[in-house]
Write a protein that binds this ligand. Structure first.
Ligand SMILES: [Zn+2]
Length: 401
């Protein structure tokens, strides 16, 4: 028991040191000791261990002969050695990225998924072909499988309205556990990965914030006191299924008038027609957020009106979210930014005009600063920070969220 506790403490300290170097590249051992409040001797031992394992390097000593002018005792994150393999399951394909633990992500493969294909089998074949052949010499610390779905930790089930699983994948989680028994694996929700990337790479310092992802559906992840609520499972918040019209259209979830149904890209063309508009967009077979945002930008009054309409409905849901958990920053990610500055301005105006001022006046709303690849970097970083262990054998572990 005592040994286990010592190992836990050591692992926590190694993570603390690594994170501190990650956030302050070029930091000295003395400054590390000050920041982490660990003794200089402890810091020195832990730094030596991280250097020996190849996680960090002392650029001063490593570059004495090549880089003139770099101070010795200058610690940096080592890149190009440790990776997390991230597989993102989408409705008709799987994107596979190799993500360096520094955050850099590289696409490796796109696997087409046809109606009778098994997501588990395709992922299994890909990973077991890829790891020995392509990335020999480099180390894969773990595998993340990212899904646009709610992950039920207790029932060990995935609930999704966008992925169509074949009969082979009837029991996705037990099958994943079986085929990936030789690697540490984390099954993560996609919005949670985007939100974690925003927190780390776009440096969100606000401890209470909400990240709202506009994709096929609308998802949200909440951070309260710097902790992701309900881990990366999307099981605590289903913001997209907040009803804004009890008499509205029937949603696949069982509810009526769900936000993601009412303001999704699929709803845009119908909304334009209902507005009796003259917009050129009516000729298109489908209208995307990007189409609408562009048209509004170049003076299409009908497109601008539809943006105002959906901003109003979104604001209503957002105002209720603010009253429930009071996030001080709200970040709109995914395709949301394609709706342009008008959408954001309208939301700010609506929230300011009609809501519980004591709650909403302190809220900042902005678009995400990252692109769509941040899902992979976020998954890697979440896995590394939450599940990866420096010293314990964690090979046969499977994490939900
Ligand atoms: Zn719904």
């Amino acid at each position: 028991m005592k040994l286990v506790n010592q190992q836990l403490i050591k692992n926590t300290n190694l993570k603390q040191i690594y994170t501190c170097v990650y956030q302050n590249q070029g930091i000295s051992r003395a400054a590390l000791a000050k920041q982490t409040r660990l003794s200089k001797t402890t810091v020195s031992t832990l730094v030596d261990e991280l250097i020996a394992k190849g996680f960090i390097l002392d650029s001063g000593t490593a570059s004495e002969t090549t880089n003139v002018g770099r101070k010795p005792n200058s610690l940096e994150i080592r890149t190009g050695k440790y990776y997390v393999l991230v597989l993102r399951w989408e409705p008709s394909y799987i994107d596979v990225h190799l993500t360096d633990i520094s955050g850099m992500t590289t696409p490796v493969k796109r696997l087409e998924v046809h109606p009778d294909d098994s997501y588990v089998d395709l992922s299994d074949t890909c990973v077991h072909d890829l790891i020995p052949s392509r990335i020999a010499g480099e180390k894969v610390l773990g595998i993340c499988i990212v899904v646009p779905a709610m992950i039920d930790m207790n029932a060990e089930e995935i609930y999704t309205t966008s992925l169509q699983f074949s009969a082979t994948d009837a029991e996705v989680i037990p099958r994943l556990k079986k085929v990936f028994s030789d690697y540490p694996v984390a099954l993560l929700n996609d919005t949670a990965c985007f939100s974690y990337a925003e927190k780390i790479f776009a440096r969100v310092n606000e401890p209470d914030f909400a990240f709202i992802n506009f994709d096929r559906g609308i998802g949200a992840t909440l951070f309260i006191n710097n902790v992701m609520l309900g881990r990366a499972t999307a099981s605590y918040t289903q913001f997209g299924h907040y009803s804004i019209d009890p008499e509205g259209k029937q949603c696949a979830c069982g509810n009526k008038g769900c936000l993601e149904l009412m303001i999704s890209e699929d709803s845009l063309k119908e909304r334009l027609i209902k507005r009796g508009c003259t917009s050129a967009l009516k000729k298109k077979s489908s209208v995307s957020y990007g189409d609408l945002g562009q048209a509004a930008l170049y003076g299409d009054l009908s497109a601008a009106q539809v943006i105002r309409d959906i901003a109003l409905e979104f604001s209503q849901a957002l105002s209720n979210l603010i009253c429930t958990v009071h996030p001080k920053t709200i970040i709109i990610g995914g395709k949301g930014h394609e709706l342009g500055v008008l959408f954001l301005d309208e939301i700010k105006k609506n929230i300011h005009n009609s809501s519980f001022h004591r709650m909403t006046d302190s809220v900042t709303i902005r678009y995400s600063l990252l692109d769509s690849n941040s899902c992979f970097s976020g998954a890697m970083k979440y896995f590394f920070d939450i599940h990866f262990q420096f010293i314990q054998d964690y090979t046969h572990t499977f994490h939900l969220g």
